[in-house]
Write a protein that binds this ligand. Structure first.
Ligand SMILES: [Zn+2]
Length: 356
């Protein structure tokens, strides 16, 4: 446990739910943990005891990526953990593959002629997921390669791999349900007799929805507040002038009004208390990174590829390099769009950022 983590409390210690089983955290709120074949090797999903239109059952929050292992794990949960009751609806915090991948499968699996097991998600993320599952945005393809090159990624082998990786998203999210129910900021859902309020967040996904239950003092934070790692905040080729870091920092400030004793259920890592400390840590983290970026750009005009080793000291594989490039651009853009740096294209067409 690092120094920062000591400021957080993990009420369950190191206890994790076994694969295919659930762990009840508070009455009616269960934790499922599924493996992911990435550097980030797991995701947390939540099962909420519910009653929809007179029907007893469960609401699922987030789904895992589409692959046989996750489906098998879900089948085991269905067989042993639902008390014979159905899944009534599928809530998805945001459009990233580990969250929405199996939504189509879950909705299909649990819809009956007289009850549609519906996907509930923000409209922005629903539409972004629909587009991404049919094409390529952000993660690969020609546009992504050109975008990364304009930020100084010159390694021809890396660029070729990015060009070829055009089916990254559809590979993990082969389909998205054909219809959905829209979640908006401040919407209040009744789940299991309790009011859960939607809190929109920006900077990580197009329009992420966290869910807060005041009666239980539980926050399903999705990827907006994670206990150990900092949330990925990236600029992608589809929105090349975006300022996601500024949006992200403003978004996490919205959680400051929740009580200090709130039990936070993050999508990665373990349930924790210490929300206010964690928000402070995330601000400190990005403030320090921004200071390092200003320092580097004051010494000489820097591209995103130049500041990447300043922000990420460890060795990165290609998948991590694309994330790290996106994060480097995000830090540069927060400074550029607030007037602390200016940018200009050099003779090679690469964006370089310098002190004004
Ligand atoms: Zn995410």
């Amino acid at each position: 446990m690092n120094l920062l983590e000591r400021e957080l409390q993990y009420p369950l210690g190191d206890t994790l739910p076994a694969p295919g089983f659930t762990l009840e955290l508070v009455p009616g709120v269960r934790w499922i943990r599924m493996a992911l074949p990435f550097a980030l090797d797991h995701i947390n999903l939540w099962l909420l005891r519910d009653k929809v239109e007179g029907r007893e059952g469960w609401t699922v929050v987030d789904c895992c990526i589409s692959r046989d292992e996750s489906k098998a794990q879900w089948e085991q949960v269905f067989a042993t953990e639902l008390g014979g009751l159905p899944i009534l609806r599928v809530l998805v915090t945001h459009m990233h593959p580990d969250h929405i991948g199996l939504a189509h499968w879950l909705c299909e699996r649990w819809s009956t002629p007289d009850h549609a097991c519906r996907l509930w998600i923000s409209s922005t993320d629903y539409n972004a997921a629909r587009v991404a599952s049919h094409s390529t945005t952000g993660f690969g393809g020609e546009n992504a390669a050109r975008y990364f090159a304009s930020h100084g990624l010159v390694d021809p082998e890396a660029l070729q791999k990015i060009r070829e990786r055009s089916s990254y998203y559809p590979g993990l999210v082969p389909a998205v349900p054909a219809s959905f129910r829209r979640l908006m900021d401040d919407d209040v859902l009744t789940i299991g007799g309790h009011a859960w309020r939607c809190i929109a967040g920006y900077g990580h996904a197009p329009e992420h929805m966290a869910l807060y239950c005041e009666a239980l003092q539980v926050l399903i934070s999705g990827d907006m507040v994670l206990p150990r790692i900092s949330t990925n905040v990236s600029v992608y080729d589809i929105e090349p002038e975006a300022d996601p870091l500024t949006l992200f920092l403003a978004s996490i400030d919205r959680f400051r009004s929740l009580p200090e004793q709130t039990l936070v259920l993050p999508s990665h890592g373990k349930p924790f208390r210490g929300l206010h400390a964690r928000i402070r840590q995330l601000h400190d983290h990005h403030r320090d990174r921004l200071a390092e970026v200003i320092e580097a750009c004051s010494a000489k005009p820097c591209s995103a590829a130049d500041v990447m080793p300043v922000l990420f000291k460890r060795k990165l594989d290609l998948h991590q390099t694309t994330f790290a490039m996106g994060e480097s651009v995000a830090h540069l853009h927060a400074l550029w769009l607030s007037g602390k740096l200016r940018r200009a294209r050099d003779a090679e067409g690469v964006w370089r950022f310098a002190a004004p």
